[in-house]
Design a protein around this ligand. Structure first.
Ligand SMILES: [Cu+2]
Length: 112
């Protein structure tokens, strides 16, 4: 008993990332409360599928993101700053960084 809880406690303290990953369904991209403990940055690569007219979001076909157990897929990302989208064009291959906040996936950095 005691050993088990010690083990769990040390796992939790050494693996905040693992703890935040959970097994949330990828399509839903819903944030379990535990996924919001940090503003951890995730990195991805992919291809721009579309850019919102208001420049507030992008659709990217991203490559798998093992940290989040995401397979390759087409999905929408918001951008932290609309200016990030101006140099981009549909079809561009990009690398980007994003955070997950309040159920949104928000790109903070993106480059061709
Ligand atoms: Cu995705």
């Amino acid at each position: 008993m005691k050993t088990t809880s010690l083990l769990i406690a040390s796992l939790l303290s050494f693996s905040p990332f693992l703890f935040g990953m959970g097994d949330e369904p990828h399509d839903a991209h819903t944030d379990a409360p535990s996924a919001e403990v940090s503003s951890q940055m995730y990195k991805g690569t992919g291809k721009i599928k579309s850019i919102a007219e208001d420049h507030g979001s992008l659709r990217i076909f991203h490559d798998p993101i093992p940290e989040l157990k995401w397979p390759a897929m087409n999905m929408r990302f918001e951008v932290a700053d609309h200016d990030l989208t101006y140099p981009l064009e549909v079809g561009d291959t990009v690398r980007f960084e994003f955070i997950r906040k309040e159920g949104k996936d928000i790109i903070t950095k993106i480059s061709k």
